[in-house]
Design a protein around this ligand. Structure first.
Ligand code: AMP
Ligand code: MG
Length: 324
């Protein structure tokens, strides 16, 4: 299959929308990561997403909508869902709600992205768009058009060439189908921000049994990723120094303050930058054939999302998942 490169302008977006309406797959920019879109109401288009990604069939998809008003078309929102959509949509928050039969499932995950091009595409397509990340299953998600194209070339009809993703990791998935709101996957929005709006505690220990996707190996590039962990900066620095000196040309990904002198890779000034550049750096390490990538996740509450991705990239299971 030939994959068209579409510009992120009016013409490109309207072509992409026509492709989506006709059952095709289109990769497009969102503020979290690049998405792989298909008409969610067309079962054969949805089946093609699973085939293009090599995604396990029991890992459900997030449906993207162009407005908060569209929630009640596809799901049954309660007062919490309305309040959270009002506060955080458009943005990196996915709500899991009782569904109305889309995908033949009882529950449905919904999100309104804030990337302008994504919203224009959703409006022009005038369909609910199922969109997981535009990577083959298990690999780092693309945060740029060129990474999405490299990953999906020959598997999708088109890629919209828009800007790089600003958030850099996937949305926070919040389950509202039970009495207590619970984070199923940490992401671009922190549990604390959600709790503040709801005025109640939000359970933020990830629950792999309730969010099937979090069970699988994820976000891992084709290089050896080594996880460094600990709470003492000096111990961490020493660990990082040792990991990097074990093999010449190794990379480091973490905050600059815990980076060994002379390290190359990603030396982020803060959590935001670490989050934004994590996937691109993992893919660059793969392209350049780094023998080892040592990753050092920060342990602050705001870093929960990026920490989860770093631990998984190293093939690990985040501590919060082990109980369930
Ligand atoms: P991705 O499409 O790769 O960003 O992953 C979507 C995430 O949302 C996965 O972890 C899914 O398991 C989760 N998800 C999607 N729909 C549901 C649902 N109905 N119930 C629980 N989790 C869901
Ligand atoms: Mg994904």
């Amino acid at each position: 299959m030939l994959t068209a490169k579409l510009p992120a302008d009016r013409g490109g977006i309207s072509r992409a929308a026509a492709l989506l309406r006709a059952g095709a797959l289109v990769a497009f920019p969102t503020e979290t990561v690049y998405g792989l879109g298909a008409n969610a109401a067309d079962p054969s288009a949805v089946a093609r997403i699973y085939a293009a990604k090599g995604r396990p069939a029991d890992n459900p998809l997030i449906v993207h909508v162009a407005s908060a008003a569209a929630i009640s078309e596809w799901a049954v929102p309660d007062a919490r869902a309305r309040e959270l959509a009002q506060s955080f949509w458009p943005g990196p928050l996915t709500l899991v709600l009782p569904g109305r039969g889309l995908f033949g499932a009882q529950t449905l995950a919904l999100r309104m992205p804030r990337q302008q091009e994504a919203l224009e595409l959703l409006r022009a397509a005038d369909r609910p768009i199922a969109a997981p990340s535009a990577n083959r299953s298990g690999r780092p998600s693309p945060t740029s058009a060129s990474a999405a194209y490299l990953e999906m070339q020959g598997r999708v009809e088109a890629v919209i060439f828009g800007p790089d993703a600003d958030v850099g990791i996937e949305s926070t998935v919040l389950d509202l189908t039970g009495p207590a709101a619970a984070v199923l996957r940490p992401g671009g929005l922190s549990a604390a921000e959600i709790a503040e709006v709801l005025g109640e505690h939000v359970d933020s220990a990830a629950r792999p049994h309730r969010s099937p996707g979090t069970r699988y190996r994820h976000y891992a590039p084709d290089v050896a990723v080594v996880l460094l962990s600990g709470t003492d900066d000096r111990v961490l620095l020493e660990q990082a120094r040792r990991a990097l000196s074990a093999r010449a040309g190794s990379w480091y990904i973490g905050l600059a303050r815990t980076a060994p002198p002379g390290a190359r890779g990603l030396l982020a000034r803060d959590v935001r930058q670490l989050q934004r550049s994590l996937y691109a750096t993992l893919l660059a390490a793969e392209t350049e054939g780094a023998p080892i990538v040592a990753v050092l996740p920060p342990d602050s509450p705001q870093a929960a999302g990026v920490r989860d991705r770093m631990v998984r990239a190293a093939g690990g299971v985040p501590a919060t998942d082990r109980e369930g």
